[in-house]
Write a protein that binds this ligand. Structure first.
Ligand SMILES: Cc1cc2nc3c(=O)[nH]c(=O)nc-3n(C[C@H](O)[C@H](O)[C@H](O)COP(=O)(O)OP(=O)(O)OC[C@H]3O[C@@H](n4cnc5c(N)ncnc54)[C@H](O)[C@@H]3O)c2cc1C
Length: 416
């Protein structure tokens, strides 16, 4: 079957790879000159196989109030005269109950662990190098109360694979000496030894290369204008280079997906949630960590990518605006340098912002729409790299008429 994949972020690229493996003739349309150049470009670099959790959690409303009015707040809602933004924000806040959080977390972990198996298999099969590190990820907590509550939440899961190791700061510094200068800042940590880190962009480019070698055609510099509808089906996409026809179309345009689906009457609650990252060169400095680091109080993640330290985080509800706000970037840089004062040359830090394609329950939309040959593999939010391979494999199974390997409860297209 001829399958068209829209978007060559990490999600569309993974879908294209698995669709090709399943025997389809695959074409990918991407407006950028290469794969992974938008939200998949400079993300936090954490493969949260065992810690993927929805952001819509019971502590968010408290956090919004605590930081209200501050430009450097981890969560910042810049509400504007946009009905879709308000509607999304209300749906997101409605998800922040303990019961809904627990449900979404179960769906999230089912997908993330499956995705991790797919991820490991593909990286081995294609010999993909993406500056990966597997020391694990250390979650740091500033107060004993925060630490105890996080530990209780994690160990409440029946499956022991998800249980972290609680470590005091002395042990923390022993396994991660880069934390020596900031040990007084924290009450303790949880070590998630199975989570990994690396460069999502490098991974996406390598996976696109592997897919191309298998026969996927990547058409870069092509902008999709609209989906082509023919009665109850979709026959492809109209682009700035003319129409591209296919038997099936997979929507993976990230935050831009709803804009195209809406034209066909398919409404999906995906809204962009802007995040920022800084990347500090570490060559000649010896204070950057080897573990992934998560600072829960400021919602910041850090990871070593070759001779660079990436720090990413914060969530800003500000529409499709990708402007770099100096105050927010400075907040991330200051926090990073406070934890790792000798990690690298802060004056040479590179800055970036990306739009997370976020659904209110923070889970992707996977499957067939009411147009029988239009499929969604989008809405991967804050955890898209982690979910990408599993989602790609699932969508390839669905397009091929096979049952996916995991239960899609909580991930299917019709749940909203
Ligand atoms: C600050 C930050 C930190 C993050 N940290 C992590 C992390 O540590 N771990 C993790 O797992 N995830 C993380 N994420 C989330 C992850 O990066 C995203 O979920 C993921 O990149 C989304 O991939 P995507 O392919 O859906 O979207 P994208 O990468 O945005 O891909 C969509 C593609 O569609 C293309 N496109 C859009 N419109 C058109 C059009 N009209 N025509 C043609 N092409 C078009 C775009 O150019 C783009 O390449 C983070 C995100 C941010 C912002």
């Amino acid at each position: 079957m001829k399958v068209l994949v829209l978007g060559a972020g990490v999600v569309g690229t993974a879908a294209a790879y698995y669709l090709c493996e399943a025997g389809h003739e695959v074409t990918v349309l991407e407006r950028q000159p290469g794969a992974g150049l938008e939200t998949s470009f400079a993300n936090g670099g954490i493969v949260s196989a065992y810690t993927a959790r929805p952001w819509a959690s019971p502590d968010v409303p408290k956090m919004l109030l605590k930081w209200f009015g501050r430009q450097d707040a981890p969560y910042l809602f810049r509400l504007r005269a946009d009905f879709r933004q308000w509607a999304w924000a209300l749906r997101f806040l409605r998800q922040c109950t303990t019961e809904r959080f627990e449900q979404s977390r179960a769906h999230s972990l089912r997908l993330s662990t499956y995705s991790y198996e797919c991820f490991k298999a593909v990286r081995q099969a294609e010999a993909i190098d993406y500056d990966q590190r597997s020391e694990g990820v250390i979650h740091l907590f500033r107060t004993a109360k925060e630490l105890d509550s996080a530990a209780a939440e994690e160990t409440s899961l029946a499956d022991e694979r998800f249980h972290p190791q609680a470590i005091d700061m002395a042990r923390c510094v022993e396994i991660e000496p880069a934390l020596a200068q900031s040990r007084e800042r924290y009450a303790g940590a949880l070590l998630f030894a199975q989570d990994e880190t690396g460069d999502a962009h490098k991974f996406t480019v390598a996976l696109a290369g592997a897919a191309a070698r298998k026969g996927v055609e990547f058409r870069y510099g092509v902008t999709v204008r609209r989906l082509l509808r023919e009665g109850a089906t979709v026959s492809g996409a109209e682009t700035d280079r003319g129409p591209v026809l296919a038997d099936a179309t997979v929507m993976s345009l990230g935050s831009y997906s709803p804009l195209f689906l809406r034209q066909l009457g398919v409404r999906v609650p995906i809204y962009p949630l802007k995040g920022y990252s800084i990347t500090i060169p570490t060559a000649g400095h010896d204070g950057a960590p080897l573990h992934g680091i998560h600072d829960g109080s400021y919602r910041l993640v850090m990871c070593r990518i070759g001779e660079r330290l990436r720090a990413a985080g914060t969530a800003e509800l500000a529409g499709y605006n990708r402007e770099l706000t100096a105050r927010r970037l400075q907040g991330i840089l200051d926090a990073t340098m406070a934890i790792f004062p000798s990690c690298g040359d802060a004056s040479k830090a590179e800055t970036w912002a990306g739009l997370r394609p976020m659904t209110p329950d923070c889970l992707p939309l996977l499957g067939q729409t009411r147009y029988r040959n239009l499929y969604l593999d989008t809405g991967h939010g804050s955890t898209g790299w982690t979910y990408a391979c599993g989602s790609g494999r699932i969508i390839a199974d669905i397009v091929s008429g096979r049952a996916p390997a995991i239960d899609l409860t909580g991930l299917a297209v019709d749940r909203f």
